[in-house]
Ligand binder design. Structure first.
Ligand code: TEU
Ligand code: CA
Length: 553
């Protein structure tokens, strides 16, 4: 086993806007993160992934960049950034920046030039096409509702935007665009940044025929038209050769549309492309043909199968991330656990799942204290452009507002973007001003100050699991084997290498679960569990009980 730091690391994702506000304007900022570096270091995470902090008009909260070389003014300035990076390194941690180069903001100087005229030197930095039959060039839909094309009167043409109309797609066919991206990478890497999470990276190579797609099934549209285009690997290998390979860094692709069959083309160890990807096998499980706001039921067995099949297909060849939520998906305890009576137990169970799989785990801010989804009853409380656009479309089609808000409560992105609960004071200690988005009303029950004063809190369970993963490398590199695949309640698997064998038992229900024959107490020792006093329950798991056993040879 060759030790690789980015395989043995655990990432903690920070959504800066909601992490900690230091100057009372109600918006999180870099100085706020600096204030909390000891908290993060004490938790035991290794790499901090910051969602975008570059200059942006915030149409999509920073995923619409207008200047890659400057810090968003609400977050601070380059001095704050340098101080933050230094503080992270001083604590032995690393920083991942969020590289968003599938598209820019429409307020980026390149686009402002590009839209001026058909012969502007920047015209080919983006995709411009004449309309067809009085409408857009094809039937492609944006991830965020409506057409993926916006008409621009000045030059009587449409431009492509897979996301909002303020996020025009960059034309990677143009080698000048690729050279500019390499320059951006080099600028931040020369400042000492330890790598990048690359936003929607499988979408950077477009199918230039721009053929219509099957818009009745958004997941299919992503796979058949938007992701895994003809030159994506060429572009990534070129980027790796020109820049990435010159640094000891970590590169993480966000991979909507990457299938398990295609994954090792991106992350295979000899591919010279990316180190790992966030795949969406489980994340899109409950997305119906209409996308996130068209929810589907799915089975627990399907959820388990995703982990087994992805591990199987990646094998020893590549590497993946392990995550259960992020800034785009509902809170993990509300989505995969239960945020009622068993919130604490199920949060710890999910922590054990996250930290005993093969891959580089990523903890989303607030998961370490079991933060939950938030019930917004009024669309005016929502801030996410994807939600606001979907709501508008829903109402225009005669949909019912209450029904939409109900789906938003379980599936919307605002759920994971409310401020972190630092304590039980006003605005949860996040800001002394008025927060940009409502604080979850349960902040007095769920907050970091309480967690730090409770030795049985979710926080300390995460801390213990993180420490275990550090000292038991079998949990990083060991073979994964799913047990009882068809069981409707138990998620059981082993992790094994030449030194150790571990058994993980996760009871995804409040019903008890009999363990007859699964564990031989003579040959198994409990390393950690989310209940105290497991010995007298050798043959039974209680509601949402999680156990990690070391199996003696
Ligand atoms: O997300 C792309 C993506 O695939 C998810 O946004 C998800 O598919 C989408 O929410 C549809 O439900 C990345 C960023 O993570 C996201 O925050 C940005 O909004 C998006 O790209 C555009 O940059
Ligand atoms: Ca602020």
């Amino acid at each position: 086993m060759t030790h690789t730091w980015w395989k043995e690391s655990v990432i903690y994702q920070i959504y800066p806007r909601s992490f900690k506000d230091s100057n009372g304007d109600g918006i999180g900022d870099l100085q706020g993160i600096i204030e909390k570096l000891d908290y993060l270091s004490n938790l035991g995470v290794d790499v901090l992934w910051l969602s975008p902090v570059y200059k942006s008009p915030n149409d999509d909260n920073g995923y619409d960049i207008s200047d890659y070389y400057n810090i968003m003014k609400e977050y601070g300035d380059m001095n704050d950034f340098d101080q933050l990076l230094k503080g992270i390194h001083q604590r032995g941690m690393r920083m991942l920046m969020d590289l968003v180069v599938n598209h820019t903001s429409d307020e980026h100087q390149w686009f402002e030039e590009s839209r001026k005229s058909k012969d502007n030197p920047y015209r080919d930095f983006y995709f411009w096409k004449p309309g067809k039959n009085g409408g857009p060039p094809n039937n492609w839909k944006s991830f965020f509702g409506g057409s993926a094309w916006e008409y621009d009167e000045t030059t009587d043409e449409y431009y492509l935007h897979l996301f909002t109309k303020k996020q025009p797609d960059l034309n990677w066919e143009n080698e000048k665009v690729r050279a500019e991206v390499h320059k951006i990478l080099k600028f931040w890497l020369d400042k000492g940044v330890d790598g990048f999470r690359m936003d929607v990276i499988p979408c950077i190579s477009k199918r230039l025929e721009f053929e219509d797609g099957d818009i009745s099934d958004f997941g299919k549209l992503i796979q058949e038209r938007y992701s895994n285009g003809p030159r994506v690997h060429e572009f990534l290998q070129e980027m790796n050769k020109a820049v990435l390979s010159n640094y000891d860094i970590m590169t993480v692709g966000e991979g909507p549309g990457i299938t398990k069959e295609l994954a090792n083309l991106y992350v295979g160890k000899d591919r010279g492309e990316l180190d790992m990807i966030f795949h969406f096998g489980h994340m899109f499980l409950d997305h119906g043909k209409g996308g996130r706001f068209d929810p589907l039921d799915f089975s627990f067995q399907e959820f388990k199968k995703v982990f087994a099949e992805w591990d199987q297909s990646i094998g020893e060849e590549g590497w993946i991330n392990i995550f259960l939520d992020n800034h785009d998906f509902p809170r993990m305890v509300s989505r995969w656990g239960t945020d009622g009576k068993y919130r604490v137990k199920s949060s710890k169970l999910l922590a054990m799942l996250l930290l005993t799989m093969r891959g580089t785990p990523c903890i989303y801010q607030g998961s370490e204290i079991g933060m939950t989804n938030v019930e917004f009853n009024n669309i005016r409380d929502c801030r996410d452009i994807e939600t606001l656009n979907a709501y508008k479309e829903h109402i225009e089609k005669g949909g019912d507002s209450e029904a939409f808000m109900k789906v938003h409560h379980t599936h919307g992105r605002d759920n994971v973007r409310t401020p972190i609960h630092w304590d039980g004071t006003d605005q949860a200690g996040f800001t002394t001003g008025k927060s940009w988005i409502k604080v979850n009303p349960n902040y007095q029950q769920i907050n970091i100050e309480k967690a730090l004063n409770n030795s049985h809190s979710i926080y300390y369970f995460f801390q213990e699991m993180l420490a275990l993963r550090k000292t038991h490398k079998t949990l990083v590199y060991g073979d994964f084997k799913l047990l009882k695949a068809s069981d409707k309640q138990l998620f059981a698997y082993t992790r094994k290498d030449s030194e150790n064998q571990f058994l993980v038992l996760l009871n995804f229900s409040e019903e008890r679960y009999g363990l007859d024959g699964i564990v031989d107490p003579e040959k198994a020792e409990i390393i950690i569990a989310n209940y105290v006093g497991c010995e007298e329950f050798e043959n039974e798991l209680r509601g949402w009980e999680a156990r990690l056993y070391e199996l003696n040879a």
